[in-house]
Design a binder for this molecule. Sequence first.
Ligand code: KIV
Ligand code: ZN
Length: 379
Amino acid sequence: MSQRVYIFDTTLRDGEQVPGCQLTTEEKIVVAKELERLGVDVIEAGFPISSPGDFRSVVEISKAVSEPTICALSRAVKGDIDAAGEALKFAKRGRIHTGIGSSDIHIRNKFNSSRERILEQAVAAVKHAKSYVEDVEFYAEDAGRADLAFLAQLTRAVIGAGATVVNIPDTTGYCLPDEYGKKIAYIYEHVDNVHQATISIHCHNDLGLATANTLSGVMNGARQVEVTINGIGERAGNTSLEEVVMALKVRKELGFYTNVDSTRLYPVSNLVSQMMHMPVQANKAIVGRNAFAHSSGIHQDGFLKHSENYEIMNPQDVGIDKSMIVLTARSGRHALKHRLELLGYRYEKPDLDSLYVRFLDMADIRKEVNDKDLMELVR
Ligand code: KIV
Ligand code: ZN
């Protein structure tokens, strides 16, 4: 039996923190409605104490969206939690996401505190958040570099205080997949009340390992993943929603599923990229311009014989119309013949061979040969 993995989207909070990516409340509502249509389970709508605009966004998104849980971020500070609770008052299902640093690096350098005081502050924050909403998520910031025994102690304490979800973030993108997976496994083995809560994963991409770490966390027991569209987020970004969703879908044998309608991935990726002025890199997995483009002769020939030779999913599965054969000087006769046929021209040897020689000359100069160029060649 497949198990459900819950998708917590933080495009509008961690993603929106990126310089240049700020959205107005109205724009955030457009994105939130698309996320709802996509089928995410939780939308982290903002950090209400941070600004009046962010407060208003959480209020308005709570009114505009009804299916997903609406989540508001707060530090483990009374004023933050009060703002989050207030901002969520119209949410059909509201969640407060509160937390504090858990690594000795953060405890010492950021909070000038001690493990004992952090534990007390964490428990008090969860209890206070519970006075506003039933659903309280706790984040143990910088869990990726935290002492394991302390992380387990903190997890046990906040679950005892009523946390329904505990987020184990690799805030600095420091962990390796095996190491991160073992961290989650350790928590399952050493926290006696762990089954009273959901363990959540929140990875950053500083070493390019966010998706790998997230999958490793899922394989070791976590059932919520915190992700963003196109992987946008602080510094090198967060785990990309589309990568995790498609990895779980393509590799069915892992035994997991999500509620996401994968055919909406490409349209939502485009929308977020345009609204946030964040171009998607051409070779980005799943939604990049080249994700379903074949350009070398060997690959094009194999792809034209059977798409399965070079594609592990159909472009339509992620909302892309069709795969592309890009004609360059690396293309072979098979691709040229195929493209000419799509344009209504049938060439067989030896005419195809002589056209191919002229095609290569053109491709060396123009780099990519488009349909207009081909028509020129034919003429
Ligand atoms: O990266 C992180 O630790 C965060 C927390 C606020 C959840 O974004
Ligand atoms: Zn983060």
